[in-house]
Write a protein that binds this ligand. Sequence first.
Ligand code: HC0
Ligand code: SF4
Length: 579
Amino acid sequence: SLGARINGRPVTFWSNETILQCARRHGFYIPTLCELDDIDHTPGTCRVCLVEAAMPGRDNAMILTACNTPMQEGMEVETRSRKVREMQRLQVELLMADHAHECATCIRHGNCELQDVAQAVGLRQSRFADPALIAERPVDTSSPALIRDMTKCIRCQRCVAMCRHGQGVDALVISGTQHGTFVGLKDGASQRVSSCVTCGQCVLVCPTGALGERDETDKVIDYLYDPEIITVVEFAPAIRVGFGEEFGLPPGTNVQGQIIAACRRLGFDVVLDTNFAADVVIMEEGTELLSRLKRGVRPTFTSCCPGWINFAERHYPEILPYLSTTKSPQQVLGAIAKSYLPERMGLDGKRIRVVSIMPCTAKKDEIVRPQLVHDGVPEIDVVLTTREFARLLKREGIDFRSLEPSEFDNPFMSAFSGAGAIFGTTGGVMEAALRTIYYVVNGRELEQVELSQLRGFEGVRAATVDLNSEIGAVKVAMAHGLKPTRQIVEAVLAGTADFDFIEIMACPGGCVDGGGTLRSKKHYLNHAQKRRETLFAIDRNAKARQSHNNPQVQALYRDFLGSPNSEKAHKLLHTRYTD
Ligand code: HC0
Ligand code: SF4
């Protein structure tokens, strides 16, 4: 390592280490905005990380951006001089000049990185704010899932980097010049008709309120206070392990009981679990897979992730025949809640509205798919992301931390197996399916229920599972994140991939890190591991670990559907795609 000085103190640095990296490693603070270490993004566009640097033998120090300037032997860096502080403050003031000043009403209120940096540099007034500069900027409300408000874009380009390099979708591009510059959609006038798949990963890295989900908390409040409406709520496998963080609980804390209590306090009439529907999906998808294997049709792709469905439809329509026709657990729950539940509970199905709490933005797209709306009645009426659910509790004055945990009490649609629980993490759907498929072909349980080969964080993982029957070994794979997904889809289309069953999750890590999860400032995915560990623990401690051993699932087939893939099951629980 080499030598230099920061604020007069000797420091060592590695070759190619930037001033920012070196300063951080030695405990010197430099405010930053556009930089995001987690995705290796240092474009130097915001210019907030200014420092003064002088080289030996040079009289004039230069003002440089610390994030993309390498340290040099003998360099003397000042991070806190008056000049540096004034320059940093001026930089933020300039950023505020063409930023809509609507902090009190912004979707990012209380969690905004631009506000943080304005405080960090001590900005107390914004002399250049000029509404005319943003008058022409688009606010794109065309998507059911995402809102893009370019009056709040600071051109950090994190979203562009995420979509291009992280997800490999490449839907975004910097357009316009000077003050007219903002992030646009590459190949479409609006989100609705672009190549964007509404995975929401760009939302997770946006530092301001420029990107966000469509807020539908009002619609839910309307339902809750309408005496004519029977309100049903379901929440996803991953919600219970990620939601506590919003309220200061350690990452990965299982807050299922408090969520049930919160739903009751909000006034929901019936509280159900998406995990129950995940078990039903395994019965349908497992049966479908076996019949395809027997017919020699391979591979079969899972179809529960709506970001993946959007990606397949918009980017690789020729892959659609390989997708399982089974609906996602969210939709399966909605379909049964509007048919089986009223029959069992003696309710008027027409008065039921189903609200779904999901760690996902693409789920908002899914519920309005024409295939999933029947005679104008959707299977699911509203999706709230994790972020909106937190907002709903605040709007209704509910103090989450003070709630006593409660239990599910619906006797028809709330029990779940360990298999249903692990849907929320990548590889989980595959593990869950294999437990049931093994039982169906062998008439006894698979002994080694945990598939450790599928439990890593690499983009693509594969395993071979011996079914001990005439079917023999099945080759399975899982991919998470759309970049690895593209690889595996292209290999299948080229005939170079040898798999029977492939699980795809559009978000890196699966639903535990979905595009609708809580946003952490200055981080991308930092709690995935803890959240998934808790899902695995829920599985280990479950009474039944296989979907077919869920007594409520057995009752559903006995009393209502007949057998998996029956005609009735097909009509209610299977769908088709759009090419
Ligand atoms: Fe998921 Fe799902 S597991 S997509 O990741 O399959 O969002 O958590 O709810 O539907 O169950 C999300 C999570 C779900 C669905 C389930 C699946
Ligand atoms: Fe790209 Fe996903 Fe954002 Fe769409 S939602 S722009 S696909 S990162």
